[in-house]
Design a protein around this ligand. Structure first.
Ligand code: ADP
Ligand code: MG
Length: 257
């Protein structure tokens, strides 16, 4: 039985009068990749901020070991424009690691992420995919216990996404750092997660919890088991996202010249 490292218990949060989270319950276990899936606006970033301690809940409990070292990949890019690629890592590492150890890890991570040649460049000189890889390795560069990632693959092309997934998988496998990954993409969730939580918006809470019992290395989207889970997620999603109101007769007549 794995150790529970974070628990949200009856967590509620409203903005003005809009209830985003209502008595939400969720758990993360040591060494696992936990995915939080949900449509846009359902409250994923709110959970990210509350679970990681960046924001306070209105009520409920967040139970976690406060000595845990946390890494973050934010939804909006947060690289320091005045620091080089290497400097962006060193800047945060200095709070946690001795320089010798930090430099060694920096070298390995930059190498893994294909950024070795760019270590002295500045963020504005990097492509979108390179920046995202830098954000990702920065979170791991402090040897964290738990990394929070808020949609780290957003607006990336297929190849970059594949590379990032691979990077996460390898680091996770070799370090057993726990990961809390937020995404709106079922494909990412079925390929990466040990556990998946599906969030419904408007305070309706966790709609479904799924455990994936298959070695990450052996997962393929075409595998019937994995495909089945993806279908299940899509079906749940279809119920969550309101259908467009398509009044065909009105549309057709409106388009007549
Ligand atoms: P997601 O990350 O799933 O897209 P968010 O957690 O960002 O969703 O937002 C959930 C809901 O809460 C949205 O309707 C959003 O407009 C609202 N919201 C989020 N943050 C704030 C805030 N600081 N002030 C007011 N409303 C907010
Ligand atoms: Mg969000």
């Amino acid at each position: 039985m794995k150790n529970k490292i974070l628990k949200l218990k009856n967590v509620s949060k409203s903005y003005d009068n809009y209830s985003v989270l209502k008595k939400l319950n969720m758990e993360l276990y040591a060494g696992e990749i936990t995915c939080l899936l949900g449509p846009s606006g359902s409250g994923k970033t709110t959970i990210f901020r509350i679970a990681s301690g960046l924001e306070k809940a209105d009520s409920g409990e967040i139970i976690k070991d406060n000595t845990m070292r946390l890494g973050y990949v934010f939804q909006e890019p947060r690289l320091l424009p005045w620091k080089t690629v290497s400097g962006n890592l060193a800047f945060i590492q200095q709070n946690f690691l001795q320089e010798e150890k930090a430099a060694k890890l920096r070298k390995i991570l930059l190498d893994m992420a294909g950024l070795k040649k760019f270590k002295d460049n500045y963020p504005h000189e990097l492509s979108g995919g390179m920046k995202q890889r830098l954000e990702l390795i920065r979170a791991f560069s402090i040897i964290p216990d738990l990394v929070f990632m808020d949609e780290p693959f957003k607006s990336l092309d297929t190849k970059t996404k594949y590379n990032l997934r691979k990077l996460i998988t390898v680091i996770h496998q070799e370090s057993s750092i726990s990961i809390f990954l937020i995404t709106h993409d079922p494909e990412e969730a079925v390929l990466l997660a040990d556990k998946i939580y599906i969030l419904a918006g408007g305070g309706k809470g966790i709609k479904e919890k799924i455990t994936i019992d298959k070695d990450r290395q052996e997962r393929k989207l075409s595998d019937p088991y994995i495909y089945g889970i993806q279908e299940k997620i899509l079906n749940t999603f279809t119920g969550l996202v309101k259908d467009l109101d398509l009044k065909r007769e009105v549309i057709r007549s409106s388009f007549k010249k």
